[in-house]
Design a binder for this molecule. Structure first.
Ligand code: NAD
Length: 339
């Protein structure tokens, strides 16, 4: 089947990765229906059709999958950064379980042949991530299971659901475990933003107000790897085209501390900052992706450097912060007072 006659649904198409994925799939020539509770926040969607639906409801999930859809990219989730994930366990488990159970079943009932589920590095057990100098996580490290939060438990259960939909119903399943995806046109304020976007916002505030203090949760020595969204959507596309149906990591395998992340953003911004370490949720102590399987299966791995990805992301977030400060001069003044 040629790309132009392949009909795909992207759920979570109003979200950060989802709206980038829609743009990527449109470039490849697919017919795309986007589904979400909302339209993308910062750009117009490129989807052929966009439906506002609540996938916690079975009738809405069935509507999302109607009309001869060939492939589904399931990205919808109630999620955010560590602050949101660590303090909304019941809400997240409830909402995401309903979204995934209904979306997968609706796809099956409508005869969808290929389905990609977006899992997370948050499924990995806490006991393997207690050291900042963590051993990179291999896919088989997931068990015995002990994710830190309900967000990770739900992802793991849906991975199991995907496995059985593959075995019992013959749906071609793809399961991708993202490791910290970042980039332009993503949430950068409001409580759901993740570390790279939050850091870009804080550094932009420091630069634009002249107050050099940048707050960091914890001692900043916790480690992570960060992957740019443009690499992420290419990886998703390649995985969907592969014949690999087991879970697979998708991320960078270069680990940095949060303090190093702050320094990198400051250097991109060309500003001197003063790091202030304050109490806050930090997640696991260390996390990195082992990309051995990714390289074997896809003959590819992400190659946008952290510096290059942060430069693009910072530029976009600085423009957002600048517009906000211009619209709210009293905010600029109150931040600058702390100088
Ligand atoms: P996002 O929050 O920007 O996008 C998720 C979208 O799902 C949002 O637009 C939201 O409105 C939508 N949604 C939530 N509830 C819904 C519902 N009931 N019905 C329909 N839509 C609903 O998040 P993202 O960063 O784009 O993440 C996409 C997927 O990747 C998610 O499944 C997430 O758990 C997973 N993931 C992301 C990362 C990351 O670093 N961004 C890491 C690991 C896993």
């Amino acid at each position: 089947m040629s790309n132009t006659s392949t009909k795909v649904v992207v759920t979570g198409a109003g979200g950060f990765i989802g709206h980038h994925l829609v743009a990527h799939l449109k470039k490849q020539g697919y017919w795309v229906r986007g589904v979400d509770l909302k339209y993308p926040d910062y750009r117009k969607t490129e989807a052929d059709e966009f439906e506002i639906l609540d996938l916690r409801r079975s009738d809405d999930a069935l509507r999302a999958m109607r009309g001869g859809i060939d492939e589904v990219y399931a990205l919808a989730a109630d999620m955010g950064g560590m602050g949101f994930i660590s303090s909304n366990n019941a809400l997240i488990l409830h909402n995401n379980a309903l979204i995934n159970i209904h979306t997968m079943e609706a796809a099956r009932l409508h005869g969808v042949k290929r389905y990609l589920y977006t899992s997370s590095a948050c499924i990995y057990p806490e006991y393997r991530q207690t050291d900042a100098a963590v051993v990179p996580l291999k896919e088989e490290d997931a068990y015995p299971a002990q994710p830190q939060d309900a967000y990770g438990w739900e992802k793991l259960v849906t991975e199991v659901l995907a496995h059985h939909y593959h075995l019992d119903y013959g749906i071609e399943m793809r399961v991708v475990r993202f490791h910290n995806i970042f980039g332009e046109y993503g949430t950068w304020e409001g409580g759901r933003e993740k570390a790279p976007a939050a850091m870009c916002r804080k550094v932009a505030m420091a630069k634009l107000t002249g107050n050099p203090v940048v707050e960091i949760w914890g001692d900043g020595e916790q480690t992570r790897s960060f992957c740019h969204v443009d690499d992420c959507v290419v990886g998703i596309d390649k995985l969907m085209r592969s014949n690999y149906s087991e879970p697979i990591n998708l991320g960078q395998d270069r680990m940095v501390t949060i303090n190093e992340l702050a320094d990198l953003v400051a250097s991109v911004a060309g500003v001197k900052i003063e790091k202030k370490h304050i109490p806050g949720p930090q997640g696991v102590r260390g996390r990195n992706s082992d990309n051995t399987r990714l390289r074997e299966v896809l003959k590819w791995e992400p190659d946008i450097s952290l510096e290059a990805g942060l430069a693009r992301t910072y530029e976009w977030i600085e423009a957002q912060v600048k517009a906000k400060l211009e619209a709210q001069p009293e905010l600029a003044a109150s931040v600058a007072v702390g100088k």
